[in-house]
Design a protein around this ligand. Structure first.
Ligand code: PBG
Length: 343
């Protein structure tokens, strides 16, 4: 009977137009979908950014980022232990700096006892096996909220690079494994590399924010680190224009030539095309930052019952990987890791 075929006229027509190639065959069962799946998210792909704050036993919610907190150093150590137990490879540390510790020059950035350095030392002492990444940029420390030194309205490039080198050095000396220059000054990667090497820190990695765009999607982060109310103007004289794609290739080529071990695209979701282009062009370990604004946008929808958090995050983070990311900085890291681990 089956060999004879009793296909209706409709079925015969569909067999003709498809040439018998029915794409849905591979989607019928869960096992087949799993078998042919091209991209899968793994715990090894996750970098968890956390915010640290002065004090003791503090876990304070960030209003614009539901589910995200600022941790005092002791509680950051607990968070690091949780991350390590989940198998998350790297934590990225960002400080909330009290306004009293901010100045025009952002000099707290290269205080070897600043919050980030203390947190790095404490985490490294308690959980030596988790990677620690620290941001290099002056904005958590400046009274004007910019990533560099200012003269009038101008962000000065070269003197800023000197300050960034000092910042990178105190972080690396505190035990930071990955230096993440997020400032977008010219020449900073090579001068930071030179500074680290000059102090015997040849194993410290550099993940450069190679293509970092002047974006609306950093707003909740600026709340979290306390720069939002401080920021005068915008960052368009150093962060990239969102209309540009080719320029991201030139930025990345420059950072790679200067010694970056890994490169990053930021923000993530609106820039997946940039991610794909950089990965294809350079074959470097390439990362994406799912920014605070992307997180806030999803959580706002989740809070309203308009988006399923678990399905939404898995879909978006898998899309980052499909686009070419080797890993993702994401505030969803512990939740996603816990779900992946439970599978
Ligand atoms: C500091 C820095 C920013 C972010 C990471 N490092 C903010 C900015 O450049 O204004 C944003 C992170 C996020 O939005 O999640 N230069």
């Amino acid at each position: 009977d089956r060999i004879e075929g009793k296909a209706s006229e409709l079925t015969q027509r569909i067999d003709t137009v498809t040439g018998g190639r029915r794409m849905r065959r591979l989607r019928r069962t869960d096992w087949a979908r799993r078998l042919v799946r091209e991209t899968s998210l793994s715990i090894n792909d996750l970098i968890w950014p956390i915010f640290v704050v002065d004090g003791n036993n503090i876990v304070k919610p960030v209003a614009s980022m539901p589910g995200v907190h600022r941790y005092s150093v002791d509680r950051a150590v607990d968070a690091a232990r949780e991350a390590a137990d989940l198998g998350i490879p790297v934590l990225a540390l960002f400080p909330y700096t009290d306004p009293s510790r901010r100045d025009e020059a952002g000099s707290e950035a290269y205080n070897p006892d600043n919050l980030v350095c203390r947190a790095t030392r404490a985490i490294k002492a308690a959980i030596p096996d988790i990677g620690i990444m620290c941001d290099v940029a002056l904005d958590p420390y400046t009274s004007h909220g910019h990533d560099g030194l200012m003269e009038g309205e101008t962000i000065l490039n070269d003197p800023t690079v000197e300050a960034l080198c000092r910042q990178a050095l105190v972080q690396a000396e505190a035990g930071c494994d990955i230096i993440g220059p997020s400032d977008m000054m010219d020449g900073r990667v090579s001068l930071i590399r030179e500074t680290l090497d000059g102090h015997g820190l040849r194993d410290t990695l550099i993940m450069s924010y190679a293509a970092k765009y002047a974006s609306a999607f950093y707003a909740p982060f600026r709340d979290a680190v306390g720069s939002a109310s401080m920021l005068k103007g915008d960052k368009r004289t150093y962060q990239m224009d969102y209309g540009n794609g080719d320029e991201a290739l030139r930025e990345a080529a420059q950072d790679i030539a200067e010694g970056a071990d890994m490169i990053m695209v930021k923000p993530g979701l609106p820039y997946l095309d940039i991610l794909t282009r950089l990965k294809a062009e350079f074959s470097m370990p390439t990362f994406a930052y799912q920014t605070s604004g992307e997180y806030a946008m999803m959580m706002a929808a989740v809070g309203n019952g308009w988006l399923d958090e678990e399905r939404g995050t898995m879909e978006v983070l898998t899309a980052y990987k499909r686009a070419g990311a080797d890993g993702i900085l994401t505030y969803f890291a512990p939740k996603v890791a816990a779900r992946l681990k439970a599978r």
